[in-house]
Design a protein around this ligand. Structure first.
Ligand SMILES: Nc1ncnc2c1ncn2[C@@H]1O[C@H](COP(=O)(O)OP(=O)(O)OP(=O)(O)O)[C@@H](O)[C@H]1O
Length: 311
């Protein structure tokens, strides 16, 4: 499918501080596009510029071929968003909240439309209950029903699983996947967790200090054939010597006196463990990690110097 949004050289400065720095990326129609970065990386600032809540210092956002700065709010009309915790009337029911927001958006409201919308987010059976009695996850899902009531083709969700319990997180993931697969929505979703993006997105961008680190297909960036496996054992030198007698020798990438690192296919890990046991290595741990995961974690620990990611 073709591109829906093209962001080119987007920059935002707040009183001399550059929150978003020359950022370019493309969101294709039908994508669940993961926007990954640590707290403060510039995710919300970018999403806010896409929603015209703040103005870019420079650069452009092009939607369906037109710069949104002068598209007569075409992109906004076709977008539903949850950027902060959605504001709701907590002493009114889920149905009444949706009714009010639907009326405000100017669409033709019918009971069927609103109930269908509530069913989509799994709240039809609770439609008479007041929002004050809802869990955070339920409020978040009602927020999505509100954001989607005018049938937009794009939905932007800023950290939608933040503050949710495990059930709420699972419900939210399933909802995002359904929005994409069953309803054909394009979804942009931000998170500070790679594991989260890995599950729901087909394409993603990682940003750090306002700059793009990497962008691409999740399956390519998180290719299982390119997994780093870290092995710690009682005697690392002995484990290395044992491995050198096997076909795994060529895969050993680094070793210290505490651990060994192999680059290999994730699906071969059980076989490696079996062989290590057979060789009577006293293994303490075997930890498969994708190199992108390692890289992303290193950003957390390294505040001063950032090497570009290479796969
Ligand atoms: N209105 C503002 N004035 C000054 N600085 C701002 C403003 N908004 C954001 N910033 C700064 O810009 C940087 C990026 O913030 P942003 O909220 O976009 O990050 P984020 O990736 O969404 O992280 P988080 O998940 O913590 O919100 C931060 O250092 C933040 O303090």
């Amino acid at each position: 499918m073709g591109s829906m949004i093209e962001v080119r050289g987007l920059t935002k400065q707040f009183k001399g501080f550059t929150a978003v720095n020359d950022l370019s990326f493309t969101v294709n129609e039908g994508d669940v596009y993961g926007f990954l970065g640590q707290n403060g990386a510039g995710k919300s600032t970018t999403l806010r510029m896409m929603l015209k809540l703040i103005e870019p210092t420079s650069g452009e956002i092009v939607f369906s071929g037109k710069n949104i700065a002068n598209d007569n709010n075409n992109m906004l009309r076709q977008t539903g968003a949850i950027i902060e915790r959605p504001d709701m009337y907590k002493y009114l029911s889920a149905y009444d909240n949706l009714y009010i927001f639907a009326k405000m958006s100017g669409i033709k409201v019918s009971k069927k439309l609103l109930m269908d919308q509530l069913a989509m987010v799994g709240l039809d059976e609770r439609h008479k209950d007041i929002v004050k009695t809802f869990s955070q996850g339920m409020k978040q899902r009602l927020g999505i029903a509100i954001a989607l009531v005018h049938q937009p083709k794009l939905i932007i969700l800023d950290e939608p699983t933040n503050g949710l319990d495990p059930q709420g997180i699972a419900d939210m993931r399933n909802l995002i996947l359904r929005l994409s697969r069953e309803m054909g929505k394009t979804v942009i979703v931000s998170s500070h967790l790679l594991s989260e993006i890995e599950i729901i997105a087909n394409r993603m961008i990682i940003i750090h200090k306002g700059q793009k680190i990497v962008e691409g297909k999740v399956t390519e960036l998180l290719d299982p054939a390119n997994t780093l496996v870290e092995i710690t054992s009682v005697d690392s030198a002995a484990t290395l010597a044992a491995l050198q007698q096997t076909n795994w020798a060529a895969q050993v990438e680094t070793h210290t006196n505490k651990m060994l690192r192999l680059r290999m296919n994730r699906s071969d890990v059980p076989q490696l463990v079996q062989q290590l046991t057979h060789l009577q290595s006293q293994i303490l741990s075997v930890q498969p990690r994708h190199s992108l995961e390692d890289y992303f974690l290193s950003l957390t620990n390294n505040d001063t110097h950032v090497e570009p990611f290479t796969n």
